[in-house]
Design a protein around this ligand. Structure first.
Ligand code: SAH
Length: 350
């Protein structure tokens, strides 16, 4: 378990304070301050000075530093590149929807999963994020932007279910009434399809939305773009989705990046209808964001419209995701990657 005080629950902080000989009511004070995004114990003005000094020494806190901030001129989307305590960087995107301000946060530095279309995985996995490093993305995006955050999507860099325990703890923290108090119903967690972890998540019966990055109707196509499909083929994945629905009664949201000539024909849509029969589902069709390093191209507008209509005619609701922040490298991993490349170029010139 992380030693970082910001990754601790309120009872755990109470335990720490008890060991320091402090009265019980201090735990709530400390927890509340931490979840307001204070940058140092100095700001915890209702704590005695000697306790502030002691905590600063034993449980140092750190606020991530903004290394890049890009704001879309078109739609107000803001993208942050944060530097963590160890120097690694992760991205967070703030999107302004009619139903509320939504942050898309990263769960890992890099990613192990190797999807062919994704910029986040190009340099592999560096490390998994601690719970407080996910919380900090929400907190400090809210503080820096001055915009209240009501919704969270775990759709940034990394595979959340590959960092299961830390993600579960993050959810507990961000959902806590004395913390940011963000409703589980306002949280979406996206996975490339780690079947055993989907089952583990189902057991918790959380009210969040599970998004599954399907991107293909069958193994033949999925194997070519998502290596994880070799471990958990579509049949096993869809069976896990059905179990998830049975356990939680929560409709699954499927993500489907539309790739020209790869997964976007009417026949592919019909195959999805057949294979998803009886499973309440919603499809988010996302025209592929072009990644420099990949030869894959987005589907044409016509192909996307045809695909959507075929799904809808087959009884599956499907929306085409509005692309936000196209002018600011807002899709997964692009900003971090650019920054890394610039650093390498700059270092080469030293
Ligand atoms: N690892 C998790 C969450 C992170 S990615 C997952 O796989 O679901 C969030 C979503 O963006 C996933 O559906 C992912 O497949 C998709 N994605 C990644 N790169 C993309 C690209 N270039 N264009 C469109 N969608 C992309």
């Amino acid at each position: 378990m992380s030693k970082n005080i910001k990754s601790m629950t309120q009872p755990e902080i109470a335990g720490v304070l008890k060991e320091l000989g402090q009265p019980g009511f201090r735990a709530k004070q400390v927890y509340t301050w931490l979840h307001k995004g204070v940058k140092s114990y100095e700001e915890m003005t209702n704590l005695p000075k000697d306790l502030r000094l002691l905590l600063a020494e034993k449980y140092p806190i750190y606020a991530p530093r903004v290394v890049r901030k890009q704001e879309s001129q078109k739609d107000g989307t803001i993208k942050y590149l944060w530097q963590l305590a160890d120097g690694n960087c992760v991205e967070t995107v703030l999107m302004r929807y009619h139903y509320g301000n939504t942050v898309c946060i990263s769960s890992e530095v890099g990613c192990l999963m190797g999807c062919a279309f994704c910029a986040s995985t190009l340099g592999g996995l560096i490390r998994r994020l601690e719970p407080h490093e996910m919380l900090d993305q929400v907190l400090f995006t809210q503080i820096d932007s001055g915009l209240p955050i009501s919704h969270i999507v775990l759709m940034g860099i990394g595979e959340p279910l590959d960092n299961f325990d830390n993600v579960m703890r993050f959810l507990e923290l961000v959902n806590s009434p004395e913390g940011m108090n963000i409703s589980m119903r306002h949280i979406s967690l996206s996975t490339c399809g780690l079947v055993p972890k989907i089952d583990e998540l189902a057991k918790r019966k959380l009210q969040l939305t599970l998004s599954v990055s399907l991107h293909a109707p069958n193994d033949e196509v999925r194997n070519t773009i998502m290596p994880v499909n070799k471990a958990y083929p579509t049949e096993a994945l869809l069976a896990a989705c059905r179990r998830y629905y049975e356990q939680t009664s929560r409709r699954i949201s499927f993500e489907y990046a539309m790739i020209d000539g790869v997964n976007d024909t009417v026949e592919h849509a019909k195959e999805l209808i057949r294979r998803l029969k009886g499973l309440p589902a919603h499809f988010n069709l996302i025209p592929l964001n072009h990644v420099e390093e990949s030869p894959l191209k987005p589907s044409t507008r016509n192909a996307v419209a045809r695909f959507q209509k075929t799904l809808e005619d087959g009884g599956i609701t499907a929306t085409v995701r509005r692309t936000l922040g196209g002018d600011i490298d807002a899709s997964c991993g692009q900003l971090r990657r650019k920054y890394q490349k610039e650093k390498i170029d700059a270092d080469a010139h030293l």
